[in-house]
Design a protein around this ligand. Structure first.
Ligand SMILES: O=C(O)CCC(=O)C(=O)O
Length: 331
């Protein structure tokens, strides 16, 4: 006879081993009681579990914060850019922020898994980005093993485009394109996807927030402070009220060990189009392969049905060639 998942005989049941972040587990309260944390750590974990974010001191030396900001200013000016992705590859200070020991320790505590910094974004001004959840950009199987850590590289006030977020919103379901009737895997390009789909997603989130009556909070921060947000926490960037003001910041995105990592906006599970992401652990410089229940996923096995936009796939690989390739890859 199958064992019941959970005994209901008394309240001292063993917590089932969930393959889900501890802080998002339905058994969180029980696990927390059994964890016997010191009062300060317990308060941090409880805050993150309940509200979906945690503001903390990442203990990054001020020289590193200043170096990250100052070293990027000439490039921002030269390229008239406001956003750099993945400059951790050439910029040591950006890499040090992404792999800061205190940040990794706090994430390990919140997720009970090794954190994997895999993407950095650096901004010199407020993004004014509409409210979204990062789960639409990066998700994992099992779900929710992803978070963002945003570090202020200068003081942030109401004037220079602070972050905003909706406390507790991470507890809602993870909404994907399919939930609003869109098929991500058919995008011809990133631009195509952003224009046709992303705006609809943002409109949906705006309507969702109004319908649910969610309360928005704006975050003023001191240089060097950080916030962690859970993958499904709704957040974005406020309007810049002081024209010309800078707002240097770095956001690092983290996955956690032993998951499959994929891009939901380019994925349609039901028709086997899954855009598995190749990720590099910024802390080690090593590639991290996706895993499903402990076994590595063979990226090559997905190449014929994911990654390239469908139209381009069709032109590059006619049906007959695709079948042949499929046969070879599956051997
Ligand atoms: O920095 C900001 O203003 C917003 C950043 C953001 O929303 C993100 O990186 O997901």
């Amino acid at each position: 006879m199958n064992q019941p998942l959970l005994s209901t005989v008394n309240s001292s049941f063993e917590v089932p081993r969930m393959n889900t972040p501890w802080v998002e587990s339905p058994f969180f309260e029980k696990e927390l009681r059994q964890a016997h944390l010191d009062a300060q750590t317990e308060a941090m974990v409880r805050q993150y579990a309940g509200q979906g974010y945690l503001i903390f001191d990442p203990q990054i030396p001020m020289e590193v914060i200043d170096e990250a900001r100052e070293s990027l200013i000439p490039s921002f000016e030269r390229e008239r850019a406001t956003r750099f992705q993945d400059v951790w590859r050439e910029n040591k200070a950006v890499r040090q922020i992404a792999a800061a020991p205190r940040v990794l320790d706090v994430l390990q505590m919140l997720y009970h898994r090794e954190p994997i910094p895999f993407q950095t974004l650096n901004f010199n001004v407020g993004t004014q980005q509409r409210t979204h959840s990062d789960s639409i950009h990066f998700d994992s199987v099992p779900q929710r093993f992803m978070c963002g850590v945003w570090v202020a590289l200068e003081d942030v006030t109401d004037d220079n485009g602070p972050l905003h977020y909706y406390p507790g919103s991470h507890k809602f379901p993870v909404y994907n394109l399919v939930d609003i009737g869109l098929k991500g895997s058919e995008s011809k390009s990133i631009q195509d996807m952003l224009q046709r789909y992303y705006v609809k997603y943002e409109d949906f989130i705006e309507a969702f927030i109004a319908e649910q009556g969610l309360q928005r909070q704006t975050l003023n921060m001191k240089k060097g402070q950080a916030i962690i947000w859970a993958s499904n926490l709704l957040h974005g960037g406020d309007k810049i009220k002081r024209p010309g003001s800078t707002r240097h910041s770095q956001v690092t995105h983290y996955y956690f060990a032993d998951c499959a990592y994929y891009a939901p906006m380019l994925t349609d599970m039901a028709i086997e189009r899954v855009n598995i992401r190749k990720i590099t652990n910024i802390a080690t410089g090593q590639e991290v392969k996706s895993k499903y229940l402990g076994k590595e996923i063979d990226h090559a096995g997905y190449a014929y049905k994911i990654g390239l936009p469908t139209e381009l796939m069709r032109r590059l690989f006619p049906e007959s060639l695709r079948k042949k390739l499929k046969g070879i890859l599956h051997r």
